[in-house]
Structure formats: C-alpha cells, structure tokens
Design a protein around this ligand. Structure first.
Ligand SMILES: [Zn+2]
Length: 325
C-alpha cells in the first residue's frame, strides 16, 4: 500500500505533467478549434478491437455521442459511414436516406452550427470490392466513372447539411468534379481534399472494422501516393489547389510531417493532417503494456503535427488531449 507521502508525490507529479502538457500546447499555438474528431456511424454499436476506446455509433445514439464530444470543447467532427450492406456500385453512399446523410441531419437538428460536420466522400465502404473507385470489367479502377459517383455522394452530404465534404478516393479530377456538382446545385459546402493519401498499412485498424466483409487483400497503390515520392505528393496537392480545394489533406501524419512543412512553405495554403487509426493503435498497444507514457506521447505527437504547420488535425486522440488546451 502506498504511504500518504507516495500519494502526495504522485499527485505532485501528475500536476507537473499536466502543467508541462499545457505549456507544450500553448507554445505550439494549438487551440481546440484546430482539432477534428473522427466519428464512425453504423447501424449497430460495435467496439473496434484494434482501436481500444473507439466504437461505431448507431444513428439512434449519435446525438448523445456528439454531445460528449461537444462537452470536451471540440466543435468539429468528420463522419465515416459504415453501412449495413454493400452493393456493386456502392449506391447507399449517395442515398439521400443513407447512413451518413441521416447522421448529418440528426446532428444538425440537435447542434445547428455549433458543431461543424465534415464527411468522408468515397465508395470503398459501400461497394463490393472495397476499392475507392469503380472497378471495370478488366479489373482496373475507372477514374472518370468514379468521379460522377463521388460528385453525387458529395452533393447528397451537402444537401443533408454537411459543412465540408472531403473526397478521399484519390481519383484524378475529384476536386473539380465535386466543386462543379456543388456549384450546379447551389450547395455551399467547402471541399477538403484528401490530396496526399499515402498507401500505408497504418490504415489497417480502421479497415479491419470497416472492411470486415472484404476477404481479398486490398492493394490501393495504383491510386494512392507512394511513401518514396514526395514530388508526386506535392503535384497532387498543387493540382487539388488549382481545381479549387478549400483545404488539402495529408495522411498519415507522423511519417509525413516534412511534407506538411513543404506544403505550407511552397503553397501557403490551409492544410489538414489526419493522424490515422494505425498511429492510434500503436500508441494504445504500447501504453497497455506499460511501455510508454500514453498522455505524454499523445501530447507530443499532436503538438508536433501543429508545429509542422497543420491548420486542422484529425485524430482519435483529440478528446483525450482537449483537457490540456
Ligand atoms: Zn476509399
């Protein structure tokens, strides 16, 4: 049993850790308004085994869940939909009564403009292949056919009330296609483009939950960016800026912070960074073994993303670190 002296010492240490975390965030210039929390909506509740503490939330509980996010002072979320079933063309992705569209309406009716909603715009959670594009008979991803679907999905999210739509398929011309559709329907959602989404096994924890029914190994390297090619990543980002993206995104986070700085220096443009599921799982797994100080690592990693130049940080750590801001 610890003596009262030990308890006093532990309290003192906890207090000095808290002070140091607050000082780190203050010096990095981080504010709660920079943070975005990812939300998975599904038909039934489900814990994600490889992401301890993260769950899929059913529509009937979505407002209650978003209230817990708002209670921590966070006013921005990004929604990923996990539909009940998939079909060959991923039609539920653009269904006006689809899972994401219903979630947007539900959240907006409870929170109005106090909660900003960004939505993931892709078909890989909705089609049979799990690819981000429509796969033609020859087995190739059909870029131009996919653009039409992405535009429809984005418009259906904007119609439901999304503030920002985020095409994540990495198709050529996706920003232009989405912008044109929004404009023609007089919808004023902003466009955040997943411009430099690098092919990575760091997406595995999310995919193991969202793609549980896909049994074949997914190789998205033909349309995602390679780790080894920062020039191509910069070109993708420049193209999206030229097509009218309101903000560009780089993911994963910690292995690409040099790229974040390069983009800020070269384009001086709003940049979002996504700290992905694998980056979360690594920290959680090590912390559960007692091998790292979990809070310290969360604070240091979020501060480093801000220091690199991110204007928005999407991370599963957001709710845990909000208390230090
Ligand atoms: Zn996708």
């Amino acid at each position: 049993m610890p003596s009262s002296g030990d308890t006093f010492l532990q309290q003192q240490n906890a207090r000095s850790d808290e002070e140091s975390y607050k000082a780190i965030f203050a010096s990095s210039g981080l504010r709660k308004s920079h943070l975005v929390f990812p939300v998975f909506v599904s038909n039934s509740p489900c814990l994600i085994k490889s992401m301890p503490g993260i769950a899929m939330t059913p529509i009937r509980r979505i407002s209650q869940y978003v209230q817990s996010i708002a209670d921590s002072g966070i006013s921005s979320i990004i929604i990923f939909g996990i539909p009940k079933s998939r079909d060959p063309i991923g039609s539920s992705a653009f269904d006006r009564k689809g899972i994401v569209q219903n979630a947007i309406r539900e959240i907006k009716s409870s929170f109005g403009n106090t909660m900003s909603i960004t939505t993931d715009v892709c078909i890989c959670q909705y089609n049979l292949t799990g690819h981000c594009g429509i796969v033609s008979n020859g087995g190739r991803v059909d870029n131009d056919a996919t653009l039409k679907v992405l535009a429809k999905i984005a418009a259906s999210h904007a119609e439901a009330g999304a503030d920002v739509v985020a095409p994540s398929a990495m198709m050529d011309g996706q920003v232009y296609a989405v912008k044109r559709e929004l404009h023609s329907r007089r919808l004023d959602a902003s466009v955040l483009s997943f411009s430099a989404k690098h092919a990575s096994s760091l997406y595995t924890p999310f995919r193991s939950a969202a793609f549980a029914k896909i049994t074949t190994r997914l190789d998205k390297s033909s349309y995602q960016v390679s780790y080894s090619n920062s020039r191509l990543a910069l070109r993708e980002i420049e193209t999206d800026i030229n097509e009218g993206a309101d903000m560009v995104m780089i993911k994963p986070a910690l292995t690409y912070l040099d790229l974040v700085r390069m983009v800020k220096n070269r384009f001086n443009y709003p940049v979002a960074v996504q700290n992905v599921s694998g980056e979360y799982a690594i920290v959680k797994a090590a912390a559960m073994q007692g091998w790292i100080n979990e809070d310290e690592w969360k604070v240091h990693s979020i501060a480093s993303i801000k220091r690199a130049g991110a204007d928005k940080i999407i991370s599963y750590f957001v709710l845990d670190v909000a208390k230090y801001i």
